[in-house]
Design a protein around this ligand. Sequence first.
Ligand code: CA
Ligand code: CA
Length: 288
Amino acid sequence: MDSWRDTRLICWPMKPIFRSLAACAGWLLVPGGLMGQFALSGSPYVQDFNEIGTGLPDGWAVYTSSTATTLGTAATFTMALTSWAGSTTGTSFRNISGPTIPSTTLAAEQALNPDRALGLRPLNAGSRDGSIVFALANTAGYGDFQLGFDVFTANNSGSTNQTYNIEFRVGTSGPFILLGTYETTSPFGVFSFSSGSSSLTLLNDQLDPVFFRLHNAAGASDSSYDTVAIDNFTLSYSAIPEPSTYAMIGGLVALACAAARRFRRPWPGLRLNRFSGTERSIRFNHPA
Ligand SMILES: [Ca+2]
Ligand SMILES: [Ca+2]
């Protein structure tokens, strides 16, 4: 075995280890990254928010004063059962009923609904620039991402509506990339958003954190704000084969090709002669 092969055989199995270490290092270096970023494992990731009475799920966070290039300021999430139209100060980001009961349901009955959703009723300037964010520690080793979730209007306030951007970003700086928009409307106006892998190729095999968010695109320019919410979030993905897997597949293909060539090659000393019509003969050629 030559030295080049020795090196190759050592390096290929090590690559996944280096990748994992690099991903881990990136996760540790992100400000606030020790907590609050979800580590992908088995696909799909599904979040129904029905347990947010005990806190936001791993990877989820809410922010005020978000901009096109920044997450903003980490905000408080109200875990207590809160009504769609509640206006108590400090409850902009809230645990609300999902849209599986009539939109005319009173607050007391809303609290009885086990189907919960992550809601935002912007009650002040900061939350009017607010966003709901899901953060991944990285996507190392994964690709073919597909995203889907429900977004709905839980309470219609005033005569104006607001447009929310559905965005993502790879890394901890730079602009977010727009995937779609949702405009608030009369309750519930549920919109099932989906984005396929062709729109999410930038997410593939990234060592940096990845952020998805629902962000109020209108900012603080409006005067009355509807309650918007998300539910039934799903992110599916596939494991990217490691180089050793490609090498194994390539080896099998090479073996198959070699076997096919050997099968087609005439035996030594045997030659097939063709004549006109249907007559054929086989002649043995004896070595000189
Ligand atoms: Ca739910
Ligand atoms: Ca409205």
